[in-house]
Design a protein around this ligand. Structure first.
Ligand code: 173
Length: 323
């Protein structure tokens, strides 16, 4: 989809959104939101629960209206849209906006929870980086406790991906490249067709959401162990954030704290998802011994090397507060 078309589609959504909000109280603000993940699917659902919480608790103060998902705006454009104010608020993973904030690639390397990052000052560093380089307020994070995996249509003997063509995003790129894979970067919406046509032999994706997207039909194996930790972040355009009253900002912060508490539920959801994958016939390839070590060490080392090459000081600071 080209940029012009995206803008036209969104502009239409925004106009109708504006009319719908017209009857609200004069001082109530409505934020226009978008989500980089298809509405109703795993990585959009927490954001949707947050929107519901805000709209319930923020009557007369602030409301959020989601003007569309990936059908209206390509996932890799969402960072630009919230940065420039095309939308006010966005649900998106940092891997989708490394074009504007390359250091965002570090967020998946966190080994602790967002609550720990708030307590130890890490959140403030991450927020500052978003404000300064991307013109957004880093409101908060979902996805804690969820790891990423490699899924395949072919078997795998060890921690060597040479000869395989794998769908990637910046999340997996450094690791899979180091392990010898040929990579194709696509948004989630292109994965099913790529599998069906055989243009890829597998894809990176978290432990949750495979069945949601129907990809289990085209998937034979999941490689364990998982690596990294999902970050799906809620960002607010900084000019919009600064235009809000203290009460409006406090409402958003209370809502995001409520949402981040729910991250703990992922531990149970992960188990349920693994069971559903097994029922759907996805077999686990369990790497062990030296292969497991190579898998996990390559993930960690390649991940940190990549962000250290962008900004060594920030990488070191984040490495010490994200574990
Ligand atoms: O694989 C992806 O599209 C990706 O990078 C991602 C990140 C967070 C949650 C789900 C997918």
């Amino acid at each position: 989809m080209n940029r012009k078309f995206v803008c036209a589609t969104l502009a239409a959504a925004l106009v109708s959104g504006g009319l719908a909000a017209g009857s609200a109280a004069a001082d109530e603000v409505t934020l226009r939101g978008t989500t980089a993940f298809a509405q109703g699917t795993t990585f959009s659902r927490p954001y949707e629960a947050f929107v519901e919480w805000i709209n319930e608790n923020g009557k007369g103060v602030l409301q959020i209206q989601t003007v569309g998902g990936p059908e209206a705006m390509p996932p890799f454009e969402v960072g630009n849209a919230v940065s420039t104010g095309v939308v006010d608020i966005a649900n998106v993973t940092a891997a989708f906006y490394t074009n504007i904030l390359p250091m965002g690639d570090a967020l998946k390397l966190a080994e602790n929870r967002i609550q720990d990052q708030r307590a130890n000052g890490c959140y403030d560093k991450i927020d500052a980086m978003h404000q300064e380089q991307m013109n957004v307020k880093y409101l908060g994070r979902t996805g804690d406790h969820i790891s990423f995996h490699l899924y395949l249509t072919k078997p795998l003997a060890g921690a060597d991906l040479s000869g395989l063509t794998i769908r990637t995003t910046p999340v997996y790129q450094a690791m899979f490249e180091k392990l010898g894979a040929t990579l194709i970067r696509t948004p989630p919406g292109d994965v099913y067709t790529a599998l069906e046509r055989g243009t890829i032999d597998g894809y990176g994706w978290p432990i949750q959401g495979v069945l949601d997207l129907g990809w289990d039909e085209q998937t034979k194996y999941r490689v364990d162990p998982g690596f990294y930790q999902v970050d799906v972040d809620v960002l607010v355009n900084l000019d919009r954030w600064q235009s809000l009253s203290d009460e409006q900002r406090a409402l958003l912060e209370k809502g995001i704290a409520w949402l981040e508490e729910r991250n703990a539920e992922n531990l149970n959801i992960n188990q349920a998802e693994a069971a559903k994958q097994a029922e759907a016939g996805i077999e686990v390839i369990e790497l062990d011994g030296g292969d497991k070590e190579k898998w996990l060490n390559t993930a960690r080392d390649a991940g940190w090397e990549k962000v250290a090459a962008i900004d060594a000081d920030t990488a070191a600071a984040l490495q010490s507060c994200m574990r």
